[in-house]
Structure formats: C-alpha cells, structure tokens
Design a protein around this ligand. Structure first.
Ligand code: BYC
Length: 316
C-alpha cells in the first residue's frame, strides 16, 4: 500500500482529479489544490455569515409576533439559522480556517454575506415572504449543493435543506393565512412580495457571464449548476406558487415562453446588486454593526468557556 506522504504533488493532484471524476467526496485530510481549499473556505464562510446575519431581519419581529404560535415558530426558525451558521463555521475549520479570523473578516466588512439580508423587514408579512421566497431561493440553490464535492459541506447541506424546507412551508402557510384575512392583510402581503421579489432573484449571484467563480467551481463539482440556471428554476417554481397564493410579481415582462419551456422575466437591476454587495445597501451598516456589538458583548462568554475547558483539562 502506498503511503500518501510518499506521493509526489503530481500524483496527489491526479488522485484529487480521479476522486472528482468518480463523483466521490473530497474529505478533510485529502490533499487538495490550494485554490480549491481557498474557494471552499470562501464559500462556506460566506454561507455561514449569511446564516448568522440572516437571523437579524426576522429576529426583529420576535417580540412583535402577532400570536404565541407565530412567536414560537419564528423563534425556532431563527434558532435554526444559528445552528446552520455553527455547522458551516465548523466545516470551514476542517480545511484549516480559523473561526475568530472569519468573524473578524465579517465584522470588518472584508468578507461577504448574502445581499438579501441588507433589506429591512417592514411588516409581519415580510416574515412570511422571507420564508416563502428567501428560504425558497436558498433551497433551490442549496439542494444541488448536497452533492457538492466537499464532503463536510455536502453533508451539512442535507440537514440545512431539511430545516429550510420547514422554514419555507411556515412562510407560505403564514402568507396563506394573511391572504384569507382582511383587505389590509392582503395588501400587506402584496407589498412585501413587491419589495422582496427582485432581491430574491439577486441571491443566485451575478449573471453567468459576470460570475468569475462559476466555471472553476463547476469543474471542481463544488457548484452543480450555474447562477442563471438556478435563478430560472426558482422563477419557474415560484410563479405557480404566487398564483396559488393570489399575489403577483412586480415584473411586467414575466411571461411563459412555450418555446423555451420556461418563464421569461425582466432585467435585474445589477447596479443595485453591486451597491448592496459592496456594503451600500439599505441595512448593511446596521447589520454589520449589530453583529460586531453582539460579538464584543459575548467576549466574556468565550473567555469563561476557555477557562472552564482549561480547568477540565487540569491546566489551571
Ligand atoms: N450576495 O462568481 P460568483 C442563507 C459574490 S442563503 C453577496 O457567482 P460564487 C439563508 C460572490 O461571493 C444565502 N455576494 O460567486 C437563507 C463573489 O464574491 P467573492 C447564502 C454575492 O461563489 C434563509 C462575487 O459575488 N447562501 O444563508 O461562484 C435564511 C462573484 O459571484 C452574492 C450561500 O452562501 C450575493 N447574493 O457564487 C437564512 C449558498 N452572489 O467571494 C439564511 C452557497 C454572489 O469572489 N453559495 N456574490 O469576493 C453559493 O451557492 C455561491 O457562493 C453563490 C455565488 C451562488 C452565492
């Protein structure tokens, strides 16, 4: 049997390529090209940051939920997002990333998180629309990632998608309830849909022609579909759901194209996307500041936990 340490870099690279060709998973101790390691850490860290920052827009409504039932559901959902962030940070550690460093990058604006969480949640209907459209888009993007080539990420994605699926259903059920309510409630739902539709489409990332990472990530089987393919899939699945709910999307160009077998849709405002991703969206400063403060306020917990762990090991 060959010991891995005896293999040349060229052999290790061949083994890596062979693993991908066979559609097998790359595992933490496997040799990977440095660029693969960096890409995986970038994607997992940005995903983790998105989950953690994503707690804020909905967390805003926990104290104002209209009933105990809605409060319990929202609390559970926001807690799930914290759990997702934690598995994903742990997954980055399997490739040698340091969690303190990643948090530092987030709170100093050096690492991105999803553009979607930089928009405000103005009414309780936003909670429903986030569940339906934002979690719906997340599922559409993340189900194929359950087959991503990096084992720890792919496995984390299985559980995350199951939980996201519950999140999406709670959103849809909340909206259905509001749509059966008063005129004012129906208007509130339509207004929230109008505000969240375009930002939800931006979650899939820039168009393929402007996506610097897609080609390599597809070759490494990290991504299984391009940004535009997933965006189209999301539009196609959302239109009948909107019809079932009785709402419309704010896009006059949205129309079934029988020839393509897909819905055509209007041009996304990529200038807005760029603004939001570069830190100038409606809530970027507030989100990052809130996270920074929470991190600082939690310093004593981290210190206490570290001292406790050292005591358990008999070091203090
Ligand atoms: N927002 O070459 P590209 C969730 C960045 S769901 C901000 O296409 P890639 C949740 C991109 O990072 C949201 N930045 O990149 C749901 C890159 O910048 P850098 C999180 C964006 O990686 C509900 C540059 O633009 N989901 O967490 O091939 C409740 C060029 O883009 C965005 C994931 O992270 C954006 N929308 O494709 C709670 C899923 N789009 O890094 C939480 C995993 C692009 O080169 N990630 N950028 O400086 C992915 O599937 C892919 O990373 C993306 C982007 C499709 C997002």
């Amino acid at each position: 049997m060959t010991i891995l340490a005896e293999l040349s870099e060229e052999d290790l690279e061949k083994y890596f390529e062979h693993t991908l060709e066979k559609d097998q998973r790359i595992e933490p101790r496997d040799w990977v090209p440095e660029a693969y390691r960096r890409t995986m850490i970038r994607m997992m860290a940005q995903h983790a940051h998105s989950e953690i920052i994503g707690m804020q827009p909905e967390g805003n409504w926990i104290t104002r939920a209209p009933s105990l039932r809605r409060k319990a559901i929202l609390l559970a959902k926001v807690q799930d997002e914290a759990g997702h962030g934690l598995y994903l940070y742990s997954a980055t550690e399997t490739l040698g990333a340091d969690r303190t460093d990643l948090t530092e990058r987030l709170v100093t604006g050096r690492q991105k998180y999803s553009s979607i969480f930089n928009y405000p949640t103005l009414t309780f209907a936003d909670v429903g629309v986030i569940g339906w459209l934002v979690d719906g888009a997340a599922i559409c993007n993340q189900v194929p990632l359950c087959r991503s080539s990096y084992g720890p990420y792919a496995r984390a994605m299985i559980r995350i998608c199951k939980e996201e699926s519950f999140h999406q259903r709670q959103g849809f059920e909340l909206l259905m309830t509001m749509m059966r309510g008063t005129r004012a409630q129906r208007d509130m739902v339509q207004d929230a849909v109008n505000r969240w539709w375009w930002p939800s489409l931006m979650m899939f990332g820039p168009p393929d022609a402007d996506s610097p990472n897609t080609e390599q990530s597809m070759a490494w089987k990290i991504k299984r579909h391009t940004n535009d393919e997933l965006r189209q899939r999301f539009v196609d699945m959302s239109v009948p759901q909107a019809e079932a709910l009785g709402v419309t999307f704010p896009d006059p160009a949205l129309e079934w194209n029988a020839e393509r077998g897909h819905y055509d849709f209007g041009e996304i405002d990529w200038a807005e996307f760029k603004q939001v991703v570069s830190g100038n969206g409606p809530c970027n400063a507030e989100r990052v500041e809130h996270r920074r403060r929470a991190h600082e306020d939690g310093a004593w917990v981290r210190e206490a936990a570290a001292v406790h762990a050292a005591k358990q090991e008999g070091k203090v």
